[in-house]
Design a protein around this ligand. Structure first.
Ligand code: FAD
Ligand code: NAD
Length: 479
C-alpha cells in the first residue's frame, strides 16, 4: 500500500520548505518532494532562493561592497589600506560555503521537525495522489489528504538573446563568472540587473544596462527611484532607458548586441551579457493530465486569496502563483496554507509585503507609492527626510538617500513607506510593522527613537508628514 501523508509539498524552496515545516509543527504527517540536484549530484533544499537567488547574490553583493568600501572610502574616514585586489575565486568559494550552510540547515530542520524528504520529481496525479520519479527513474506513488504545489519560477528568455554556455547567461550564470568581465552588458534594469550589475561593476566591469522601459523602476516611488538612478549612475552604471534589444551575435569571445532607442538603431559589444528580464512560473511536469488544476492566462497556477487552487485539497504558493516573486511572500503563503490545512483560520496581508533591492544604497519599500495612491483616487500627504541630515548616517559615512512616508490625507493612516539608504532593507521592517498595525503617520511621529540611529530618518519623515520635522530647515508650515 502507498505511504499516506496528511500533506505532501512539491518543491522545497522558501515557499515549500516553510509550508512543510509549519505543517509538521502543527502535527500533520508531512512529506516534501524536491528535485534540485547540486554540482555534486546531491539533492538540495532551498530552491532558487538558497541555491541561485537571494542568498548567493547577497554573498557577492556584500563581499563586493566591502571591497569598494575599503578601496574607495576607507581613506575618507582615516583608514589607509594601500592597493587592494579582489580574489574572485575566494569570493565564489565564500558564496558556495554560505549556500552549503543554508541548504544544510533546511535538511536539519526537516529532520528535527519530522518532515519526510522525498528526492525526485513530484507530479500531482489526482487531488489525493502524488507520483514521485526518483533521480534513478524509479516511480513511487504517495497518498495525501492535501497537496501544496510550490514549484517556483525560472528566468524568462527572449528571442533576441538566446543563452549560450558562458557568454550570454541568466542570473544563475552571472553568479558564476570566474573572472571580472571587462565589458558587461545587462538586459533589464530591474531588481536582478541592478543587483548583479552592481556586483560586477564594483569588481571592475564597465557595466551597460539596456532597459526597454523609459521609466526607471516604475514600481518604486518615483522620488526614491530618481534618487536611486542618480546614485547608481554616479557609481558608474551606464543605465540606458528606452533601449529595446532587437538581436545579438556571438563573435568569438564577444557578443554584439543590437538595440533601438530614441536615436535609432545601436550596436554595442560585450565580453559577457546577462539577460534578466523577469521570471516566469515553473509548472512543467507538476500537473498530471485531467487533475483539473487551472492556470491563469500568464501560466501561473490560479489560486484564491487563501492559495486554494481550482481543485479542493490542492494549494499552490510562492512564485508559481500570482503576486510578488519574493522569498518572504512565498514563505508567508506557506505558513498560511499549513495553518488552513491544520484547521486554523489564517489570512495573509498582501498590502504589507516589503520589497528590497540590495544595491548600495539599498532601496526598500512597502505599500503604495505616491503615484499609485493618487491614481487610485486617494488624496495623500507625504513626508520626506534626507539621510544627509541624520547624525548616524553622517557618522557612518553613508549620507546618501531619503526616507518617505505616504499617508492618507484624511485619516493620516500610513499607505506606504519608501527608503533609499544604507541598510534600507533593515529599516523597512518598521514601515511593515506600522502598516500591519494600521498606524497613522502621527503614531510614528509620537514614537521615541534611539539616538543616534538611521531609524530616526523614518521618525523625521513621519514628523514631516505634518510639517513638523525637527532637523529640516526647509519644512512645511506647521498646522
Ligand atoms: P523556488 O525557490 O523557485 O523553489 C521551487 C522549488 O521547487 C525548486 O527547488 C525546484 O527544484 C522545486 N521543484 C519544481 N518542480 C518540482 C517538481 N515537480 N518536483 C519536485 N521539486 C520541484 N527574493 C527575495 O525575497 N529576496 C531576494 O533578495 C531575492 N534575490 C533573488 C536573487 C536572484 C538572483 C533570483 C533569481 C531571485 C531572487 N529572489 C529574491 C526571488 C526568490 O528567489 C524567489 O521569489 C523564491 O525563491 C520563490 O520561492 P518558491 O518556493 O516559490 O520557489
Ligand atoms: P524585473 O521584473 O525586476 O526586471 C526586469 C526588467 O527587464 C524590467 O525593468 C523590464 O522592463 C526589463 N525588460 C523586459 N524585457 C526587456 C527587453 N526585451 N529588453 C530590455 N529590457 C527588458 O525582473 P528580474 O530583475 O529579472 O527579477 C525577477 C524577479 O526576481 C523579480 O520579480 C523579483 O521579485 C525577484 N528578485 C528579487 C530580488 C530581491 O528581492 N532583492 C532580487 C532578485 C530577484
Amino acid at each position: 500500500m502507498a505511504d499516506k501523508f496528511d500533506v505532501i509539498v512539491i518543491g522545497a524552496g522558501p515557499g515549500g520548505y516553510v509550508a512543510a515545516i509549519r505543517a509538521a509543527q502543527l502535527g500533520l504527517k508531512t512529506a516534501c518532494v524536491e528535485k534540485w540536484v547540486n554540482k555534486e549530484g546531491k539533492t538540495v533544499h532551498g530552491g532558487t532562493c538558497l541555491n541561485v537567488g537571494c542568498i548567493p547574490s547577497k554573498a557577492l553583493l556584500e563581499t563586493s561592497h566591502k571591497f569598494v568600501e575599503a578601496r574607495d572610502h576607507y581613506d575618507e574616514i582615516g583608514i589607509e589600506v594601500g592597493e587592494l585586489t579582489p580574489n574572485i575565486a575566494k569570493m565564489l568559494e565564500f558564496k558556495e560555503k554560505v549556500i552549503a550552510k543554508n541548504v544544510g540547515g533546511i535538511s536539519a530542520l526537516f529532520k528535527a521537525n519530522g518532515v519526510t524528504a522525498l528526492e525526485g520529481t513530484g507530479k500531482v496525479i489526482s487531488s489525493k495522489q502524488v507520483e514521485v520519479t526518483g533521480h534513478d527513474g524509479e516511480k513511487a506513488t504517495y497518498d495525501a489528504d492535501n497537496i501544496v504545489i510550490a514549484s517556483g519560477s525560472v528566468p524568462v528568455e527572449i528571442p533576441p538573446t538566446p543563452l549560450t554556455d558562458n557568454l550570454i547567461v541568466d542570473s544563475s550564470g552571472a553568479l558564476e563568472f570566474t573572472e571580472v568581465p571587462k565589458r558587461l552588458g545587462v538586459i533589464g534594469a530591474g531588481v536582478i540587473g541592478l543587483e548583479l550589475g552592481s556586483v560586477w561593476s564594483r569588481l571592475g566591469s564597465e557595466v551597460t544596462m539596456l532597459e526597454a522601459m523609459d521609466t526607471f523602476l516604475p514600481v518604486v516611488d518615483q522620488a526614491v527611484a530618481k534618487e536611486t538612478l542618480k546614485l547608481l549612475k554616479k557609481q558608474g552604471l551606464d543605465i540606458k532607458l528606452g533601449a529595446r534589444v532587437t538581436g545579438s551575435e556571438v563573435k568569438g569571445n564577444e557578443v554584439v548586441v543590437k538595440y533601438t532607442d530614441s536615436k535609432g538603431e545601436q550596436e554595442v559589444t560585450f565580453d559577457k551579457l546577462i539577460v534578466c528580464v523577469g521570471r516566469r512560473p515553473y509548472t512543467q511536469g507538476v500537473l498530471g493530465d485531467d487533475v483539473g488544476v487551472k492556470l491563469d492566462e500568464r501560466g501561473f497556477i490560479f489560486v484564491d486569496d487563501h492559495c486554494r487552487t481550482s481543485v479542493p485539497g490542492v494549494y499552490a504558493i510562492g512564485d508559481c502563483v500570482r503576486g510578488l516573486m519574493l522569498a518572504h511572500k512565498a514563505s508567508e503563503e506557506g505558513v498560511m496554507v499549513a495553518d488552513i490545512i491544520a484547521g486554523h483560520k489564517a489570512e495573509m496581508n498582501y498590502d504589507a509585503i516589503p520589497s528590497v533591492i540590495y544595491t548600495a544604497p539599498e532601496v526598500a519599500w512597502v505599500g503604495m507609492t505616491e503615484e499609485e495612491a493618487k491614481s487610485a483616487g486617494i488624496e495623500v500627504k507625504t513626508g520626506s527626510f534626507p539621510f544627509s541630515a541624520n547624525g548616524r548616517a553622517l557618522a557612518n559615512n553613508a549620507p546618501d538617500g531619503l526616507a518617505k512616508i505616504v499617508a492618507d490625507a484624511e485619516t493620516d493612516r500610513i499607505l506606504g513607506v519608501h527608503i533609499v539608504s544604507q541598510h534600507a532593507g533593515e529599516l523597512i521592517a518598521q514601515g511593515v510593522i506600522a502598516m500591519e498595525f494600521g498606524s497613522s503617520a502621527e503614531d510614528l511621529a509620537l514614537t521615541c527613537y534611539a539616538h543616534p540611529s538611521t531609524s530616526e530618518a523614518i521618525h523625521e519623515a513621519a514628523l514631516a508628514v505634518d510639517g513638523h520635522a525637527i532637523h529640516m530647515a526647509n519644512r512645511k508650515k506647521r498646522k
